[in-house]
Design a protein around this ligand. Structure first.
Ligand code: SAM
Length: 653
């Protein structure tokens, strides 16, 4: 349950047009009691407990001027927050932390599910693999499967209401002279522009930036879609805009012409050379190798990752050194990384554990100092909300999709006595449905249940949190006139049972170089289940394809080795992913805490194995392959192992 709701005021700026067909946070929720229409509820931002889970202090810190004073005085610390944007805003507002610049790149309502490729690592115990290292590592060892990260599938009204709440929450934590950049595309951008006018005021609209890149579907029926839109608003009349820091070089020919006095320009040649020209609002920023995600060096394999150059321009233009920059849908951590590089402070928030881990590792490599927090909102039960939702469906015995039910219901359970029992599950991507309260149950009773098939006897309503259970039950008994029984069930208890830790077998000894921990074996049931499911799905697809394509020359797209087919053309055949007995290829990161046996994690020594098998030691890339060991100067007290899908297990040594 949220500890409290922090009020915020979504006042429409006077004179603004409003989108009238979407609901608002402030909406009046009406429920009927005979002829009377009852009152509304007005919710604020849900504030949950925050748990600090890790404090990252650079292992070889180049102490900046005044930094030790700053640490002692407990001044603002950079933050990574796992949780929803709206709850992060509740925290910031409660702590009176003001943000000078916000960049958000929220899901675009693009109708896509984003997945992450999970790479098996090189197994250090396979002797030949080490010996033959580089040449042989390509195909077989770079075996990968996919993990869902987040879904971007919304209906327009829900999306806009959700976005409106987020924008309003963000505005409430922006400094008076702050600015906001909202990154969108053609799916929903035009609607959000109207919302932003409503929230920030048309007079505070500064730019519609077109980020143009060379990628994306080419089309025969339309022009290729090769840009995203970024709306730039300030919070008031006064705002920062550092024109001098964002100039782009003039064409030397133009400067030469200005010097020769051949043409009239609004600035003289000297100024042209010094300040460059204003880049304008169409930004051509891409990399030849990886047109969207930024160059190979910065690519951290996060779907939807944006290039650092894009954020550099925004941060330089709209903030000064020492200011606080927030990205509340932070993804790969690009904003935090660029903010750190440009001597700004940062707040990164994301619902996905994968985002927090990717950003953490990226910032460790950049030598940043920050704290990691987990918002205790009951959603991080299984990596991220999308995977949690998927997992839930598989855990509720008998739950199946049912054509007779509309999309409000997750599906139904066929019961021998009760017949079809419809099941409601809250959308974990939308905080407003997580708490079961009177307005929600009222909606279920008056809007959803009347449309159920005749003869329905019972429905099951799952919740993450419940507001005043006894009042809710009283409400149900008084107002449920449908004759259908409502059974309430707690979702958390279902998931709590399935999160099992990975098993680690290790040996620790004191060696000449320090304390050496050798990993003997690693077993992850969670991953093995995932890989089994992947193998089954791929094999099934493969055999179906073979049936249909026996004589076809088309190439199979499944991963795996290639074999010659009868036509002389290469045909890919799926080779199931197999895990070795010791399972070491399932490990992504090992961290040793030599400071404390419990409480906030402090990584005194860490080793990450990148997808090509190379070791990143304390954030520094090496050309070494992992040898199944990690060595630290100080005696390790506990060890954390992160598997390749991001699940973490901790053992006290
Ligand atoms: C388009 S991606 C951001 C990519 C990022 N700009 C980058 O360059 O890596 C959107 C992110 O929003 C996160 N997300 C979705 N809903 C969220 C919410 N309610 N609060 C915070 N983060 C959310 C997703 O997990 C995802 O990482």
């Amino acid at each position: 349950m949220p500890v409290k709701y922090i009020p915020y005021y979504p006042n429409t700026v006077q004179g603004q047009a409003i989108l009238d067909n979407i609901t608002r946070t402030r909406r009046i929720l009406r429920y009927r009691d005979n002829d009377k229409v009852y009152e509304r509820i007005q919710r604020g931002m849900p504030y949950y407990e925050l748990e600090k889970i890790e404090s990252v202090i650079p292992l070889n810190p180049p102490l900046l001027k005044g930094e030790s004073d700053r640490r002692e005085q407990g001044e603002f610390k950079n933050m990574l927050i796992r949780g929803e944007c709206i709850s992060a805003c509740a925290y910031l507002k409660d702590k009176n932390i003001k943000v000078d610049l916000v960049y958000i790149d929220a899901p675009f309502a693009s109708g896509a599910d984003y997945a992450k490729k999970v790479y098996l690592r090189k197994n250090p115990k396979v002797a030949e693999a080490i010996a033959q290292a580089e040449e042989e590592f390509e195909l077989e060892e770079l075996r990968a499967f996919e993990e869902k990260m987040y879904g971007d599938i919304w209906n327009k009204e829900d999306y806009l209401n959700w976005m409106y709440e987020n924008l309003t929450a963000i505005k409430s934590v922006m400094s008076e002279t702050g600015s906001i950049y909202v990154h969108l595309d053609w799916h929903i951008g035009h609607y959000v522009k109207v919302l932003m006018d409503e929230v920030f005021g048309e007079d505070n609209f500064r730019n519609e930036i077109i980020w143009h890149y060379f990628m994306g579907a080419s089309s025969v029926n339309t022009f290729g879609r090769k840009h995203n839109t970024i709306f730039f608003y300030s919070n008031g009349d006064e705002y920062i805009f550092n024109r001098a820091d964002i100039g782009v070089a003039y064409n030397p020919e133009t400067i030469a012409r200005a010097k020769r006095g051949e043409a009239r320009y609004s600035v003289d040649a000297k100024e042209m050379e010094k300040n460059g020209k204003n880049p304008g609002d169409v930004w051509d920023i891409w990399d030849d190798v990886n047109p969207i995600q930024g160059n190979a060096i910065e690519n951290v394999d996060y779907a939807t990752q944006k290039p650092e150059a894009l954020l550099e321009r925004i941060i330089k233009a709209s903030s000064n050194e020492g200011m606080v920059i927030a990205d509340l849908f932070g993804g790969s951590g690009v904003t935090a990384k660029v903010a750190h590089d440009s001597k700004r402070k940062f707040i990164h928030c994301d619902v996905g554990i994968n985002s927090i881990q990717t950003t953490r590792d990226r910032l460790v490599a950049a030598g940043a100092e920050f704290d990691i927090y987990d918002i205790q909102d009951g959603v991080s039960l299984f990596r991220n909300p999308v995977q949690t939702m998927d997992k839930m469906k598989s855990l509720i015995t008998g739950l199946k999709n049912e054509d007779a039910l509309d999309s409000f219901w997750e599906g139904g359970i066929q019961d021998s006595k009760l017949g079809l029992v419809p099941v409601y599950i809250p959308n974990l991507l939308d905080h407003s449905t997580k708490v079961l309260d009177i307005p929600l149950i009222n909606r279920i009773i008056n809007e959803a249940m009347p449309d159920l098939p005749d003869g329905t006897k019972q429905v099951i309503v799952f919740y993450v949190d419940i507001e005043n259970e006894s009042e809710l039950k009283k409400f149900i008994s008084e107002y449920n006139a449908t004759g259908i029984d409502i059974v309430l069930r707690d979702l958390k208890s279902i998931l709590d049972d399935v999160v099992i830790n990975d098993e680690i077998d290790y040996k620790m000894k004191k060696s000449k170089t320090g304390f050496e921990v050798e990993i003997k074996s690693f077993t992850s049931d969670r991953l093995i289940q995932k890989i089994d499911a992947y193998n089954q799905k791929k094999s099934l697809n493969g055999s179906k394809k073979e049936l249909f394509e026996e004589n076809s020359e088309d190439e199979d797209d499944s991963a795996g080795s290639s074999t010659e087919n009868g036509t002389g053309k290469k045909k890919n055949k799926f080779v199931p992913i197999a895990i070795s007995k010791n399972g070491l290829e399932l490990i992504e990161l090992i961290s040793l805490d030599c400071t404390s046996k419990d409480g906030i994690w402090k990584s005194d020594c860490e080793l990450k194995i990148d997808k090509n098998g190379y070791v990143i030691l304390n954030g520094k890339k090496t050309k070494e392959f992992w040898n199944a060991k990690i060595v630290s100067d100080k005696k390790p007290l506990r060890m954390k192992i992160r598997n390749i899908a991001g699940d973490e297990s901790v053992i006290v040594l």
